[in-house]
Design a protein around this ligand. Structure first.
Ligand SMILES: [Cu+2]
Length: 662
């Protein structure tokens, strides 16, 4: 039963006045339709909508043709994709195929196979990914709208997506580690994409029995160098840092005053090795025995110099700074953090690092100034691997009690921070009590808002930058339980949009969006006007891999089929509503190289191209050129056709491939 019924008539009157004033002052061009039936007040009453519901509707309803102000990039979890969602409408605007073949986008079905192959593990194909943390490229600490990176936790990979066409251009496989979690995170000018490991293992795929855990297993953080000119990660300029076999979790890059440093947290500094079936403590107990784990404080600028001076060892083609070299060169410091933390988040000014231990009801705020002073003073202690430990009391600035199960923190434009509370299933808003944030409020809990249910990460618009946009927060809830119709035992995740534009304890839940693709992990939100994607490819004959005109593109009038021995070359164009040629006559046993150029220039005039049996399905966006190859092993008659409903005569956009038996 809804509350607020007593205030309902008054609310409706107030809203009616506002709506009338709004429509008389700023009429949008109408849709051409006239509303029929009961007026909106009656509808609201019939549906039992409260004043808050109507406010939420007004804040999120996005009429046909109105565009979203923000764009959210969410990891697609086990789908291995990226989801792109409009804010505040919470409409799914597109998916980006990344680690998983995707037929509609023509990704991995004749085209873009070399991109997917970049993520192979030796000879082993890895055709899915547990995509985790998307990271937008930054210039000067702000999202620049040019690139998006995402990691695959399952297989230890990083992908590069070009935001000119929203397509994946590169997947790199970490040659040292099978899994990762602390990625992808970028430095403030995207010089490096950071990939922190997760479950310690012998580096480079070596074997060591679990009894050798302390000596043979290692942790890892990898710094992938990104080249904006080529739009690719450059493995030859990338390097990794060996870490003790703690389980590193998340990382974040320093910014402004802390630029050049990297912060990663960890769990299982107890070095638990599990074995519940042997009567050993299970990981969940063994890895939580201690009261603290270690925040890793890494001097990336100095590490870069050590790498460039050649003080590395090469493992599987990757340059690795050994742990003892890191210690000798003062690259790595630890400080205690509440045990089993999840988030480590650097505040917008780079001056504080916020950590939440999952089993501690506080957020712990570390001061960068204090960390620097403690490093300068010289740490007194080391861990078992010789890494210096800064005393907690020297570096801790404040703790704020926020609630149970704190995980991740984001920041807004008003000086507030927001921490997700998994166990309380809520978001806590607290004030940053320092200069430049909200010194007037001190380090204080301002309020909490319940979410449905079991929130993991949360994201604020611009929340990882030096100048967050604020206004909207999205809670990435793992469970939805009773929020949607019951459609069986596998339930969607629930993205909840929250209005954080008002100060103090005021926060309002605006919208629930079910996510059915997988379990998305993290997301980032950019202002839509910072994106500058192409409407169509810049020129006819465009190759999306090189982002330039393909010298092999097919010009109109040059179509045809040529033979050189048993190698057949098909050169084809596509334009509404035909392919040219419409007959492709070949022999069984031929090797076929087939290029198609879309001659279209009209926005959204996409064609598909499918050949049954041979596993080909392309998406040809206006101007695009695609080349695919196959062996014509099976004789017969194969109809090929356009798989996008492109025109009134779409069904006629077809042809025959006739494969003559030998
Ligand atoms: Cu995470």
């Amino acid at each position: 039963m809804k509350t607020h019924v007593s205030r309902f008539s008054l609310a409706l009157t107030v809203i009616a006045v506002i709506v009338t004033a709004f429509f008389t002052s700023t009429l949008r061009p109408g849709s051409g339709a006239t509303a029929q039936g009961p007026d909106w007040q009656t509808i609201a009453q019939q549906r039992g909508l409260t004043e808050e519901d109507l406010r939420a509707a007004a804040m999120t309803y996005t009429p046909s043709g109105m565009l979203d102000e923000f764009i959210l990039f969410a990891s697609g979890g086990q789908s291995g994709q990226v989801l792109v969602i409009g804010v505040p409408s919470m409409r799914l605007l597109r998916t980006i195929a990344v680690f998983t073949p995707e037929p509609w986008q023509g990704y991995g079905y004749g085209a873009m196979e070399e991109v997917l192959a970049g993520g192979n593990i030796g000879d082993q194909q890895a055709l899915w990914g547990d995509s985790h943390h998307p990271a937008l490229s930054e210039t000067g600490g702000l999202y620049d709208g040019q690139w998006l990176f995402i990691n695959d936790k399952a297989n230890g990979r990083i992908a590069v997506i070009d935001l000119r066409d929203f397509e994946t251009k590169q997947i790199v496989k970490n040659p040292l580690f099978l899994n990762d979690h602390g990625g992808a995170f970028v430095t403030p000018n995207t010089e490096y994409v950071i990939e922190g490991g997760q479950y310690a293992m012998p580096l480079g795929g070596a074997y060591a029995p679990i009894s050798d855990y302390e000596s043979a297993y290692r942790g890892l953080v990898t710094f992938w160098a990104f080249d904006r000119q080529t739009g690719r990660i450059d493995p030859s300029r990338s390097f990794a840092l060996e870490l003790p076999p703690y389980w590193q979790d998340l990382c974040d890059a320093g910014k402004l005053v802390s630029e050049g440093w990297i912060f990663c947290n960890s769990f299982n500094t107890e070095l638990a090795t599990g074995g519940i079936e042997k009567g050993n403590p299970p990981f969940e107990a063994g890895a939580s025995r201690g009261t603290t784990d270690f925040l890793h404080i890494i001097n990336l600028k100095a590490a870069e110099q050590v790498f460039q001076s050649g003080q590395t060892v090469e493992i599987n083609g990757m340059q690795v700074i050994p742990l003892d070299v890191a210690v000798q060169n003062n690259l790595l410091y630890f400080t205690p953090e509440p045990r089993s933390p999840h988030g480590v988040d650097v505040a917008p000014q780079g001056d504080f690092i916020v950590i939440s231990g999952k089993l501690d009801p506080h957020v712990s705020i570390y001061s960068w100034a204090r960390i620097q002073a403690a490093i300068a003073a010289g740490p007194a202690e080391t861990d078992a691997y010789g890494v210096p430990i800064l005393a907690l009391e020297d570096v801790l600035e404040a703790q704020v009690e926020v609630g149970l199960g704190p995980l991740h923190t984001q920041f807004d434009d008003q000086g507030y921070a927001y921490t997700s509370l998994f166990l309380d299933t809520a978001v806590a808003r607290w004030s940053m009590g320092a200069e430049g944030y909200r010194p007037q409020d001190g380090w204080t809990l301002q309020g909490t808002i319940p979410v449905q249910y079991n929130i993991g990460h949360l994201v604020v618009a611009g929340g990882d930058t030096i100048a967050p946009d604020g206004r909207y927060l999205v809670a990435l809830n793992k469970w939805s339980v009773d929020r949607f119709n019951n459609l069986g035992p596998l339930l969607p995740q629930n993205f909840q949009l929250i209005d954080i534009s008002q100060p103090g304890s005021q926060m309002q839940l605006l919208y629930d969006m079910p996510i059915t693709a997988a379990e998305p992990h993290y997301s980032q939100i950019i202002r839509a006007d910072r994106l500058n994607a192409w409407e169509v490819y810049p020129e006819v004959g465009w190759d999306p891999i090189t982002q330039s005109v393909d010298p092999n593109a097919v010009a109109p009038g040059t179509e045809g089929i040529t033979r050189d021995g048993n190698h057949v070359t098909v050169r084809m164009t596509a334009v509404r509503s035909h392919f040219n040629p419409e007959h492709v006559e070949i022999q069984a046993g031929d090797h076929v190289t087939w290029t198609i150029t879309s001659l279209e220039r009209a926005r959204d005039a996409t064609h598909g191209f499918a050949i049954p049996y041979y596993g080909i399905n392309l998406s040809l966006e206006p101007g695009e050129t695609v080349t695919f190859e196959f062996e014509a092993t099976q004789p017969g008659v194969f109809s090929y056709y356009c798989t996008e409903f492109c025109s009134a005569l779409h069904l006629e956009m077809a042809g025959y491939m006739l494969v003559q038996p030998q």
